[in-house]
Ligand binder design. Structure first.
Ligand SMILES: [Zn+2]
Length: 262
């Protein structure tokens, strides 16, 4: 209840908390409220409602801190049918709204609202996590935005289905060209129950994956995967994703104090 009051306050006085919502990818707009499972699991706050309104116009980007300062980015929903990370990102946004932060943080809870609304994995017949290197795709526009706004580190959060790849709670990274990608993933592995999956060179296995394209652009990036079949929310999967996000924030010393248990 107290949190809600603080969030209300954040919305009333965004300048005090320096919370802003921008929109990118107008062509990827969607109505998240039509996704029944996501609606069942997210906190119903006025801030969440603001996210839905923004998603109806495109990819919502929530910035905590000074917009013109370098910062870090947390991304979810590159695959619209992977729910745990998207739900975790909404929870994270509601939490960060009442925290004091040391670092500017940008959170994208729904990379492609159009796909989230319809529980789609692909975008125009292509995997959005294989086309971040192609001009004009939703994920390439997120890269371009990140360069423009001096994003320094990216955490991209997904969920993997049992029996798929990687098929387990894990964190993916590479060592070349950004060793920090490996270092961030190594930290997340130690802070959570995630398995570390490290590749030597970014882009060698999955060209066009967001994590790789960021690393190749000199923005150290990791991919977090929690486990849940596509289009579902497996028990524990949202918290697992949220823990990965918090570990990413902890690596960058974002929070002034440790978060309370969720
Ligand atoms: Zn995915």
């Amino acid at each position: 209840m107290q949190n809600k009051t603080k969030i209300e306050k954040a919305l009333l006085a965004p300048s005090a908390y320096k919370l802003q919502i921008e929109v990118l990818n107008k062509f990827a707009a969607g109505d998240i409220t039509k996704n029944r499972l996501i609606m069942q699991h997210i906190p119903k706050t006025s801030l969440t409602t603001q996210l839905f309104l923004a998603a109806k116009k495109g990819t919502p980007i929530v910035t905590f801190g000074r917009k013109n300062k370098p910062g870090i980015m947390i991304l979810a929903g590159v695959h619209g049918n992977e729910y745990p990370a998207q739900i975790a990102a909404v929870k994270l946004i509601n939490r960060l709204a009442v925290e004091e932060l040391n670092v500017t943080v940008r959170v994208i809870p729904f990379a492609i609202p159009f796909s989230t609304e319809r529980s789609l994995r692909s975008w125009k017949g292509q995997d959005p996590n294989r086309t971040a290197n192609l001009y004009g795709t939703p994920t390439n526009n997120i890269l371009a935005y990140s360069k423009r706004n001096r994003v320094k580190y990216l955490g991209d959060f997904h969920s993997t289905r049992p029996g798929g790849y990687p098929g387990k709670l894990s964190v993916l990274c590479s060592e070349i060209p950004c060793l920090l990608s490996f270092q961030m993933a190594d930290f997340i592995e130690k802070e959570t129950k995630s398995t570390l999956l490290s590749f030597t060179k970014a882009g060698s296995i999955y060209p066009g994956a967001l994590e790789d394209v960021f690393n190749l652009a000199g923005i150290p990036a990791v991919t977090g995967e929690s486990m849940s079949p596509h289009g579902t929310v497996m028990p524990g999967s949202v918290n697992a994703s949220l823990e990965q996000m918090y570990a990413f924030l902890k690596f960058h010393k974002v929070l002034k104090k440790a978060p309370e248990a969720t």
